[in-house]
Design a protein around this ligand. Sequence first.
Ligand code: DGP
Length: 113
Amino acid sequence: MDDCIFCKIARKEIGKLVYEDDTAAAFDDLNPRAPTHVLIIPKKHIEQLAALLPEDAALIGHIMEVANAIAAQKSIASSGYRVVVNNGRAAGQSVDHLHFHLIGGRALGWPPG
Ligand code: DGP
């Protein structure tokens, strides 16, 4: 998608990736909510979690593996971390390209607000 900010980041037109492979990319959140706050996205433009198709299942599983790998690389694997998707405006989704927040490096409250 030409106008999608996360597609532009995935294409390396703006920003800086901390991880990339054929199907996924990751970068630090602009407004970090914790010492580690990385966004992991499919390179394929998917608007939101609810728009997933059956054929995306392996891609999403792969992104979970990427989240674990980045958590290990950031040394938060043993202390604990959270992977969050906000689906829709009421849930807090502000960018319409599916993204998984990887958050850690501090104690996290529950339930989220
Ligand atoms: P959400 O509210 O779940 O849609 O999360 C969107 C996140 O994306 C939010 O935490 C801020 C971040 N964000 C928005 N625009 C940019 C950007 O241009 N660059 C980066 N690195 N992060 C962005």
